[in-house]
Design a protein around this ligand. Structure first.
Ligand SMILES: [Zn+2]
Length: 79
């Protein structure tokens, strides 16, 4: 069985459907036995849902500016 730590690392791929079936099964098994990870998984899904809905709603200009600045920062760090 995978550990809680491994589950956290795999969660993003699990949620975006990018894991092979075998690993998906291991995550499901872990979630069946570990309530704290279920709670984490649920809050994770809600966060992703909210993030995806964001572009559909009109954003205040200050927020757009801040997001743009934040993205610039990330881009600089990656180079
Ligand atoms: Zn766990």
């Amino acid at each position: 069985m995978i550990t809680c730590r491994e589950l956290c690392e795999l969660l993003i791929d699990f949620v975006s459907d990018e894991l092979p079936e075998e690993q998906r099964e291991r995550i499901k098994q872990h979630l069946g036995k570990c309530p704290p990870c279920v709670a984490y998984f649920e809050s994770y899904q809600i966060t992703i849902k909210l993030t995806r809905q964001l572009p559909c709603a009109p954003m205040p200009p200050q927020l757009v500016e801040r997001l743009r600045a934040a993205l610039e920062e990330i881009r600089k760090e990656k180079q």
